[in-house]
Each structure stands twice: as structure tokens, then as C-alpha cells.
Design a binder for this molecule. Sequence first.
Ligand code: HEM
Length: 112
Amino acid sequence: MPGQFPPINGRAGVIAGSAEGRSYLIKLMLFGMFGPIEVDNVNYRGVMPSVGSLSDQSIADMLNFIVALENPLTPAAAFTAAEVSAVRAEGKMSGSDVGELRAQLVARGLIP
Ligand code: HEM
């Protein structure tokens, strides 16, 4: 649906290519996201719900699934439950914090 959900295909593997990008993707699953984002010159103002009540392994599995959707495939190391657990242990964030984190990573060229 244009303007509702940003495309992930072709982007998740690129984002997962840096340590900061991986941490962002995990936080996006744990805490959701709120705030304006722009992908390929299209603006989105939505709310991504948190799926943080799922287990570390389920969150790792979902991230590995979206990275595997890539076409062409951007190779990224597999997410593990231990990696999710370490980010969870850093503490809670709000959805708007995740939106601000995303903006910082865009500014640094780590999110396309
Ligand atoms: C649980 C599986 C899901 C995965 C793996 C996933 C993945 C993602 C990713 C990777 C992004 C950010 C793209 C970027 O940074 O460029 C995103 C954003 C977004 N997602 Fe999800 N998502 C999931 C579930 C959902 C659901 C269930 C909804 C809505 C009911 C949703 C709505 C959104 C919206 C609206 C945004 C943009 C947020 C904003 O504009 O601030 N997502 N999602």
C-alpha cells in the first residue's frame, strides 16, 4: 500500500551490514517505531508495532527471514538469539527514540 508501509525488500540486508544497523533492526522489533521516515523519496508517517513480547529466538528468526527476502541477496551474518538478548539488555526505548535513531543512521549513510 503506497504511503502506508515502507518496502523492506532490497534494504534489510544492507541495513544488517553494519553493527549499528543490526542494532537498529533489533530495536525496531523490540520497541516498534513512531515518526516520519522517507524511503526512495516517499514519506511514511506510520506506527510500526512492537513485537518485543516474542522470544529472542523468534525475533532473530524474523530478521533472518526479511534479510533472506532480498533480491539480489545482500549477504549479512545471521541474527542470533544471543545478539537480540544483548540489545534487549541495553534497556527500553520508546518508538520515537527508535525513529530518532533511524534518522541518525540515515545521516551517517548506514540506512539507504
Ligand atoms: C513482525 C514483522 C515485521 C517486520 C520484520 C517489519 C519490518 C520493518 C522494517 C525493517 C521497517 C523499517 C524500514 C526502514 O528502516 O527503512 C519497518 C517499518 C514500518 N513497519 Fe514494520 N515490520 C513488521 C511488522 C509490522 C506490522 C505488523 C506493521 C503494521 C501493522 C508494520 C508497520 C510498519 C510501518 C508503518 C513502518 C514505518 C514506520 C514509520 O513510518 O515510522 N510493521 N518495518
